[in-house]
Design a protein around this ligand. Structure first.
Ligand code: R5P
Length: 282
């Protein structure tokens, strides 16, 4: 692996513990201004310092993320369909490698839709993207299994993740499922788990814990953080599992403690807490 590729990967999957906390805010590329993500700038600002990397589209990166940030960007480069369109799986690569470089992307992200009408197109696009990105030492994150019509079971997810890895993806994002260990074992590259639809905070912490325990390097969580009533408290609690090895009970107790201490969602109120578990990013 070339130095640049290794270096970029290490910005996303932290070498200290081989774990990753990615904050996903790319949903608007097919969902539009979805609930609680109407104003991405407001969502991102207080959370940016608590994630290891931020997953965004180029439009949101340019308009809503300060260029002075040290947080690595995982740039979504696929799109072309909307939630009300004909078929969500009909995606193409929409961002050039030159623009990704201008945006200083630490990784490129795109979806493949295994088992869908546009399976062939998206898998071929992944292979082509890896070839282009590797030329410049940029890793590719393949997003698998988006789409409600496909079962999210170990057999299907193993198929999708393995195909992504075979095409050269450097990280694969998928969903947690029963027998998740099997998905991890048959995928030769690191797996990161998507949070999925909003569920109660404790359940999202359990999902995080199960994913890590099952062999994922971390989570790429969106809605379960920024659709929470307490996004900052939630990302801090998720962090204690990803980087602090907290149990679900410990993480949830920490979340409740932070919430009970008062309104924390304003950026200037998120001061370091001496009593918290060891979860700071830097
Ligand atoms: C889906 O295609 C998007 O890439 C999201 O980034 C992904 O689903 C993770 O977000 P959430 O935790 O909300 O599912």
């Amino acid at each position: 692996m070339d130095w640049g590729l290794k270096n970029r990967l290490s910005q996303i999957i932290k070498p200290q513990d081989n774990r990753a906390l990615m904050l996903a805010v790319d949903h608007g590329y097919f969902l539009g201004p979805t609930e609680k993500l109407e104003n991405p700038k407001k969502v991102i600002a207080p959370l940016l310092k608590y994630c290891d990397s931020l997953m965004v589209t180029r439009g949101i990166q340019r308009t809503c993320v300060p260029a002075t940030t040290n947080t690595p960007m995982v740039l979504r480069v696929s799109g072309g369909s909307s939630i009300i369109g004909e078929d969500l799986s009909q995606e193409e690569i929409t961002v050039s490698i030159q623009d990704a470089i201008r945006l200083n992307a630490s990784a490129l992200a795109m979806s493949i839709f295994v088992g869908s009408k546009y399976e062939h197109q998206t898998i071929v696009n992944l292979g082509k993207l890896v070839s282009k990105a590797e030329k410049y030492g940029i890793p590719v994150l393949a997003v698998t299994a988006v789409g409600k019509e496909l079962g999210k079971d170990a057999r299907y997810l193993s198929l999708a993740c393995r195909i992504a890895a075979e095409q050269g993806a450097h990280i694969v994002k998928t969903y947690y499922c029963e027998n998740f260990e099997k998905v991890v074992q048959s995928c030769p590259v690191p797996i990161i788990v998507a949070g999925g639809k909003k569920i109660p905070e404790r359940d999202a912490l359990q999902l995080t814990y199960n994913s890590i325990k099952g062999g994922a390097v971390g989570v790429d969580m969106g809605r379960n953080i920024w659709q929470s009533e307490h996004p900052v408290e939630m990302i801090k609690a998720v962090r204690t599992i990803v980087h602090g090895n907290s149990t679900v009970d410990q993480a949830y107790a920490y979340y409740k403690k932070l919430v009970s201490e008062g309104p924390k969602n304003k950026p200037n109120q998120n001061k370091p807490n001496q009593n918290k578990p060891n979860t700071t990013k830097k």
